[in-house]
Design a protein around this ligand. Sequence first.
Ligand code: AMP
Length: 212
Amino acid sequence: MNIILFGAPGAGKGTQSAMLVDKLGMVQISTGDLFRSAIKNSTELGLAAKSYMDRGDLVPDSIVIGMVEEVLKGLKGKSFILDGFPRTVAQAEALGKMLQVNSMSIGKAIFLEVPKEELLDRLTGRRVCQSCGAVYHIHSKPPKEAGVCDQCSGQVVQRNDDKEDVIATRLKTYEENTLPLRGFYRDNGKYVEVSGNREAGQVFEAIRSLLA
Ligand code: AMP
């Protein structure tokens, strides 16, 4: 089954996607990761996305939709997780068309619900490995050696858009543009809500049971 994972920044979409990839062999399509990798490689796509991301704004729909279209074409039948896409109703509508053209479908659009206080704590404390993308938290999951990734010894840093002033913009952008997707997916019968305000393993089990 193909799924959409959506929710606020810091809701745990990346963590849950990584677990779904690891334990169920699904393919993760993270638009945020794709943009970060494009920026790292200084591609045209990266250049186009960087200023929006640095401000905490959404990258324009036309750029994101074109990028996802390319990725979907190369999937070869594997079950996938859309992580961070769609983020606007226009993206959701475009996705519907892309899926139809590629004879694909979405089984569930899973909304990860997390209270704002908790989101703020997760985002301000989040640190990531610059090399492999492993995610840490300064209090709840620090790397064994400060600033060094447990998995690959890469440098563990704060994402530019996890700085406090940018977080405020990201949360506002989310409320205005992405929250309306709940109504969109309720209307087409795919919507499911899962509490993301608990230990990652428990959230994963809740998601896994929805896929059975
Ligand atoms: P994420 O890693 O999902 O938190 O995404 C990081 C940033 O990438 C977002 O704050 C946006 O600037 C950009 N981005 C990721 N996905 C999308 C999307 N579907 N639409 C527009 N911008 C996106």
